[in-house]
Design a binder for this molecule. Structure first.
Ligand code: C2E
Ligand code: MG
Ligand code: MG
Ligand code: MG
Length: 284
């Protein structure tokens, strides 16, 4: 009986594997097709505003890629970034996102301070990354490179081959700023803070959710804000979902905020319309 159970488990396991491999193959094929298509249609870059912590006026935006399938579905990055990283397709995908972000930044430069772009460990480990970025910036000589921010996560430290610090210094030498994304969720946030030449700390939304009613969270937020300021960095809180989150962060003096309370990520045309309305995003 034990043997039979074992046999069943084995079958179950291989069935599971088959589905996972199948899903990966599908994801990879879909991604290749999207990269071969008109990328601005198949892989549109959406933008979520980042607002001034005190006034709610728009100061920047985070670029967040989407995938539009031939069936008309819009997929969030959780459905394809993993496959992109495993296959190396994150390299052309990431370059497309940077190109799109820079083009929009140029168009919006009178109304928008900066655009923040996520960069995965796999991209950073490419020796060609900084030269590629330098090439893109050379095409927009009138744009101040400090208006581009690259967001990296703490896992990049573990995953990136080569000397991350050297690579980041090469990026910073271009004038581009670096943000530590999802700050506080990794294993060694303080080591990370000590060793990485970052300009911005993005407080992970797990510290923000329920902040107003959790004194521990507000203590952590205040301490991280103080730490960031002492190190000459600025801070953005992610995941601000309601008025209570906003008020608690404003009371804590958080310089910049991002979250559904202000706006969801929007297609570029809708983001553009929002900028033109010149609206503060704090509901009256
Ligand atoms: P992230 O960089 O931490 O981006 C923030 C994510 O939180 C976005 O999800 C955003 O839509 C979501 N978000 C914003 N405000 C709120 C809020 O108030 N509440 C909640 N619950 N969520 C909020 P999205 O767009 O699904 O992106 C997920 C992740 O995918 C990003 O996390 C980032 O790590 C990755 N990603 C997105 N675009 C790119 C890209 O172009 N390249 C790379 N390498 N990764 C990307
Ligand atoms: Mg991010
Ligand atoms: Mg984040
Ligand atoms: Mg996150």
């Amino acid at each position: 009986a034990a043997k039979r159970a074992g046999g069943n488990r084995l079958e179950l396991f291989s069935e599971q594997m088959r589905i996972t491999v199948q899903e990966r193959i599908t994801a990879e094929a879909r991604l290749r097709a999207a990269l071969d298509g008109d990328r601005d249609r198949t892989l549109p870059v959406w933008f979520q505003p980042i607002v001034d912590g005190a006034t709610g006026s728009i100061i920047g935006a985070e670029a967040l890629v989407r995938m539009c399938t031939p069936q008309g579905q819009i997929l969030a990055p959780g459905h394809f970034i993993g496959a992109a990283e495993e296959t190396g397709l994150i390299v052309p995908l990431g370059e497309h996102v940077l190109v799109s972000a820079l083009r929009h930044l140029l168009a919006w430069q009178n109304d928008l301070g900066y655009i923040s772009v996520n960069v995965s460990p796999r991209q950073l480990s490419e020796p060609g990354f900084a030269p590629m970025l330098a090439g893109l910036l050379a095409r927009v000589p009138h744009l101040d490179p400090s208006r581009l921010v690259l967001e990296i996560t703490e896992t990049a430290v573990l995953a990136t081959s080569g000397d991350l610090e050297t690579r980041l210094r090469a990026i910073k030498a271009l004038g581009v700023r670096i943000a530590l994304d999802d700050f506080g969720t990794g294993y060694s946030s303080l080591t990370w803070l000590q060793s990485v030449p970052a300009d911005v700390v993005k407080l992970d939304r797990s510290f923000v959710a329920g902040l107003a009613t959790d004194p521990r969270k507000s203590s952590i937020i205040s301490a991280v804000l103080w730490l960031a300021q002492s190190l000459g960095m600025t801070a953005v809180a992610e995941g601000v979902e309601d008025v209570d989150d906003w008020q608690a962060l404003r009371a804590a003096g958080c310089p910049a905020l991002q979250g559904y309370y202000f706006s969801r990520p929007l297609p570029a045309t809708e983001f553009d319309a929002m900028l033109r309305r010149g609206a503060d995003l704090v509901p009256a």
